[in-house]
Design a binder for this molecule. Structure first.
Ligand code: CP
Length: 311
């Protein structure tokens, strides 16, 4: 594996889950692997879990870590080729990426979708430009198209809690006051296609996700019907994909409640707005897996770092 840019980098999800669970039992088992090596973490957007879990995983592997809030502290970057840089951008991504590769042996990057221009967002240009020009392995810490580290942590969490070989997993849209990207649901769907699970997606009409991702997946517009017999309910807001980045509904009837959840496990990547996306009692209830998901973020990224260091 040269880079970890998406779920496509996972060659065998079952063995990855096994390896991650082994790391969880003995996190310091490969402490010498990262000795005298440096991981750079570039944040163009906010983070709590990704930032902390990736640093923790790096420390477990003996890596040094450099963190930069590029969105706040870095020079504004130019991405176009053959451009006369007499505008706002102070540095071209080719130099910036090349320089970062001088200081780091691995680079993680978070750069969300802008949700204004679908064509631009589909290029995932910050992530891909870094992977092209920095000369070292790059890890996607949530790009415009996917959040594969979250999906891997979610796969580990499902494996740890499933009691039937092929659980029913429901991805349920929830309301939110702000327009959110599609990276988490898209990666979750791609990941769920690789594990042994029956996936149903439920959302109001107009919230259809990328058909290239949802192909061969059941979509049910009636949330109550979708939730029948669910083993895991993954709740997430996303903005409209077809009317790109728009909020079409804030219907609070889609919020997850204890009654709707019934006996299923509740999953969410966090952060979560209480009593908008899900009720407080769902979040704190004994079927909630949000802390386990957050904990597994460490072992998901530790496995990715271990594989990249080893290759
Ligand atoms: N789930 C997740 O990626 O959390 P952060 O945005 O806080 O990193």
């Amino acid at each position: 594996m040269k880079h970890f840019l998406g779920i496509g980098a996972i060659d065998d999800i079952h063995s990855w889950i096994r390896e991650a669970r082994d790391l969880k039992k003995d996190p310091a088992a490969f402490y010498d692997l990262g000795k005298n090596k440096t991981l750079g973490l570039l944040f163009f957007n906010n983070s709590l879990r990704t930032r902390m879990s990736t640093q923790k995983a790096a420390f477990n592997l003996g890596l040094n870590v450099l963190v930069m809030n590029v969105g706040q502290d870095g020079w504004s970057l130019e991405f176009e080729d053959n451009v006369i840089m007499n505008g706002e951008s102070a540095e071209h991504i080719k130099e910036a990426a090349g320089v970062l590769g001088q200081y780091c042996d691995l680079i993680g990057v978070r750069a969300f979708a802008g949700l204004e221009d679908k064509e631009q967002d589909e290029k995932d240009r910050i992530l891909n430009a870094l992977a092209t020009y920095c000369g070292v392995p790059v890890i996607n810490m949530e790009g415009t198209l996917g959040h594969p580290l979250q999906a891997l942590a979610d796969a580990i969490t499902i494996a740890e809690h499933k009691i039937v070989e092929r659980p029913k997993v429901v991805l349920s849209w929830a309301p939110h006051p702000r327009a959110l990207p599609h990276a988490v649901p898209h990666s979750f769907i791609r990941m769920t296609h690789q594990i042994d699970a029956d996936l149903v997606i439920t959302h109001p009409e107009g919230y259809e996700l990328d058909p290239r991702v949802t192909q061969n997946t059941a979509i049910e517009y009636d949330q109550e019907k979708a939730l029948e017999g669910a083993d895991f309910v993954y709740v997430k807001n996303w903005s409209s994909y077809t009317q790109y980045g728009k909020i079409l509904s804030q219907d609070s009837n889609w919020m997850m409640t204890r009654e709707k959840l019934s006996a299923a496990y509740f999953m969410h990547c966090l952060p979560l707005r209480r009593n908008v996306v899900a009720s407080g009692e769902v979040l704190e209830g004994n079927r909630s897996l949000v802390m386990q998901q957050a904990n597994n973020r460490t072992y998901a990224v530790q496995l990715v770092l271990k594989k990249l260091l080893g290759s």
